[in-house]
Design a protein around this ligand. Structure first.
Ligand code: PMP
Length: 398
């Protein structure tokens, strides 16, 4: 039965990590990852998480099944972070949330549910987007196309192009939007532009699906929820996938959620019942540990404060690396203006380095970046930044 099975293409980013791991140079640096590292180059275990885990494990909790939609306390905590604790939508019962296996799991549950209710809709993702967006929605059976997004000339968003494209779409089209910290470019919409996107979605009857994988990594928990809040105020129905992989540094625990905003409490009950069917036939119910830890941190005032401080620490360190990269490249005499790196937000930057330059960085200097020129600022630290700057400067002057 396997004779005709072809080799699947390698995942470009995981392939990069494999090549990095095999590299024996002591000075190598992997800027191709999508993970936050601390100044020692380690994935942090947040103190708030450690405390909540310790308390949880001391009680030796039984490992019974969770409800299909996961832990209620977790889902409520997710809703408060996304929509704001005083949200009218929450009070009206217009939001359902199901714990999911990371942001990826949330997207997949949302995609499968959408395929059942809108089988003929097309899905639109930003050009470029997180590479898994296309694959996830295609594997749910949708045709996926791009909408204009990144403007290489300004290293920002081609908002006019994006807006006029969205205005031309058929009603019912599903639009995947990065709620903040766009992956891979780092270029985000302004608050005013978000409002324009909301207005277009409303006028044209589009179905917004916000992907929020980095809440708290740009400006803060509430500031980064501006897109969710703008859609919330619009009266529209929409989807939000969210993830604590980065904000809690819980990558491997797979802690995310799918939230759906409906028109009424009664509609919420029907929608939740169908989302639960999708989950039941995928993996039945989510695992216990990660969601319980996040719920404990978010609902215990001291732990929550600790987490907010640690999240701010990660955000500030990334920003400091952005500033340092720009300043150091300038000090090295690099003529190009890299000030856009400070304007981009979140973990990533589209640097404008070409695929050929990325090859030289890797081959000659052991600096690994994605072929598109995407680098992860959170992989830079006080020890490796000078080597990275020297290598980039050498490549640019060559
Ligand atoms: N959406 C975007 C835009 C992402 O960058 C990522 C993770 N890199 C995800 C979703 C998936 O998150 P998770 O790892 O929690 O599945």
């Amino acid at each position: 039965i396997f004779a005709s099975v072809e080799m699947a293409p390698r995942d470009p980013i995981l392939g990069l990590t494999e090549a990095f791991n095999a590299d024996t140079r002591a000075t190598k640096v992997n800027l191709g990852v999508g993970v936050y590292y601390d100044d020692n180059g380690k994935i942090p275990l947040l103190a708030a998480v450690k405390a909540a885990e310790k308390a949880r494990l001391e009680t030796m909790p039984p490992r019974g099944y969770q409800p299909i939609e996961g832990l209620n306390a977790y889902n409520q905590a997710v809703q408060n972070l996304l929509f704001g604790a005083g949200s009218e939508l929450l009070a009206a019962g217009r939001v359902i949330t199901a714990e999911a296996l990371g942001g990826t799991g949330a997207l997949k549950i949302g995609a499968d549910f959408l395929k059942r209710i809108s089988p003929n809709a097309k899905v639109y993702i930003s050009d470029p987007s997180w590479e898994n967006h296309r694959a996830l929605f295609e594997s749910a059976g949708f045709v996926v196309e791009n909408y204009p997004y990144y403007d290489a000339a300004t290293r920002g968003v081609n908002f006019a192009g994006m807006k006029s494209f969205l205005e031309g779409l058929a009603a019912g089209s599903i639009i995947i939007l990065h709620a903040c910290c766009h992956n891979p470019t780092g270029a985000d919409l302004s608050d005013a532009q978000w409002q324009e996107v909301v207005d277009v979605c409303k006028a044209k009857g589009l179905v917004p699906f916000l992907d929020m994988a980095y809440q708290g990594f740009a400006d803060g928990i509430d500031a980064d929820a501006v897109a969710v809040r703008a859609f919330s105020a619009s009266g529209l129905q929409f989807f939000v996938s969210s993830s604590f992989s980065k904000s809690f540094s819980l990558y491997g625990e797979r802690v995310g959620a799918l939230s759906v905003v409906t028109a009424s409490k009664e509609e919420s009950a029907r929608v939740l019942s169908q989302v639960k069917r999708v989950i039941r036939t995928n993996y039945s119910n989510p695992p216990t540990h990660g969601g319980a830890v996040v719920a404990a941190v978010l609902s215990t005032p001291e732990l929550r404060q600790m987490w907010e401080d640690e999240l701010a620490g990660m955000r500030d360190r990334i920003r400091a690396m952005r500033v340092a990269l720009v300043d150091k490249l300038k000090a090295k005499g690099v003529a190009q203006d890299f000030s856009f790196v400070v304007k981009q937000r979140g973990m990533f930057s589209y640097t404008g380095l070409t695929s050929a330059q990325v090859d030289v960085l890797r081959n000659e200097f052991g600096i690994y970046a994605v072929g598109t020129g995407r680098i992860c600022l959170a992989a830079l630290n006080s020890k490796n930044i000078d080597a990275v700057v020297d290598a980039i400067a050498a490549v640019l002057k060559a």
